[in-house]
Ligand binder design. Structure first.
Ligand SMILES: [Zn+2]
Ligand SMILES: [Zn+2]
Length: 178
């Protein structure tokens, strides 16, 4: 029996103990050795797609904890990213860098804002931090609100505007997931 395996990434013959388990593979082990796997994960997390995937899972967890409505898909998040890359940060209008963007809920989930396409934007990490949990009506300038509403309206198949979400939030309709 062969007690070594060739790592697909570093092309080095290594003992089987150097590989993590992956049941779906024929030999029950990963194709990349542990150091290579760790490295590629770290590299992947730095890519826009890796950041989006991470933000997606964090948002799902946060939605659950806050008990808010949640129907966001990964494709919708990619679309939000694409829009902000093309148009700039929805809060300040500056270009979005690939290494420092974040997913923001226009109405924070802690304030019962839903985790749904119409309530999310991709913005600067810093702009997100500055916003904290203040509702968008407190934070955004009239101009950026206008951009947010237009974007949200165009992006959402549900054709909801930020103001409609604000109304739903105020009426308590989005308080608990349905
Ligand atoms: Zn390797
Ligand atoms: Zn910004």
């Amino acid at each position: 029996m062969n007690a070594t395996k060739n790592c697909r990434i570093c092309q080095t013959e290594k003992p089987l103990s150097e590989y993590n388990v992956k049941k779906s593979n024929k030999d029950g082990l990963r194709n990349a050795c542990r150091p290579c796997q760790r490295n590629s994960n770290a590299e992947y997390r730095k890519t826009p797609e890796g950041r989006l995937v991470r933000a997606f899972h964090q948002a799902k967890g946060s939605a659950k904890r806050n008990g808010v409505f949640d129907d966001l898909t990964m494709d919708e998040l990619r679309e939000a990213y694409r829009v902000s890359k093309a148009r700039g940060c929805p809060y300040c209008g500056e270009e979005i860098e690939d290494n420092s963007f974040s997913l923001d809920h226009v109405i924070p989930m802690s304030k019962h804002g839903p985790n749904t396409f119409a309530n999310i934007v991709i913005c600067h990490h810093l702009c997100n931090t500055n916003k904290h949990n203040r509702p968008v009506t407190d934070y955004a300038t009239e101009e950026s609100l206008d951009v947010l509403m237009r974007d949200t309206f165009m992006r959402s198949e549900k054709k909801m505007k930020v103001w409609e979400i604000v109304d739903m939030f105020q009426s308590g309709e989005y308080k608990k997931s349905n």
